[in-house]
Design a protein. Structure first.
Length: 163
């Protein structure tokens, strides 16, 4: 058997994470029709977290956080990022099992970086306080993502966070 085929057949099966789109992005199908990959949203982002992947804008939270300033939406001439009075991200943070606090080690780095106060710490046995996302307070900005020493936080579309 060819080595590449063997590698492909042995690769773990995982669900692809949907792309994290910039603020005010229209629905995926419409975004693909409207976006002309001009890069104006990338250039307008003050935190440099918007990148073009496969010709469409995506947020890369390993580079920083979204300030929800709306500069990207204002720069988007084809309106793939719809201009609006309110800037919104249809994303929310989710804490995974590799979180240090969940594994019994005191850590509050995510909460220290969350300006929205969307991460609260509830008491647990052993004195460790466990992080918990407050869904209505989470803006999806990603400020908690990069500082996490265990990469235990991921930012997902809102519809995925309900599962």
């Amino acid at each position: 058997m060819h080595p590449r085929r063997r590698q492909f057949l042995r690769a773990p099966i995982s669900a692809a994470t949907p792309p994290r789109r910039p603020p005010n992005a229209v629905h995926e199908h419409r975004l693909a029709l409207l976006c002309d990959a001009c890069g104006e949203c990338v250039a307008a982002c003050p935190t440099d977290i918007i990148v073009l992947r496969d010709g469409l804008p995506e947020l890369d939270f390993s580079r920083g956080e979204c300030r929800l300033c709306g500069d990207c939406a204002r720069a988007c001439k084809p309106a793939a990022l719809a201009p609006a009075d309110a800037v919104r991200l249809d994303l929310r943070a989710r804490i995974g099992a590799t979180c240090l606090a969940i594994r019994g080690v005191e850590c509050r780095i995510c909460g220290d970086h969350c300006e929205a106060g969307a991460i609260r710490f509830r008491p647990a046995r052993g004195g460790i306080r466990l992080p918990e996302i407050v869904p209505d307070a989470c803006t999806g900005c990603g400020a908690c993502f990069a500082p996490c020493p265990e990469a235990a936080i991921d930012i997902h579309p809102i519809m995925e966070c309900s599962t």
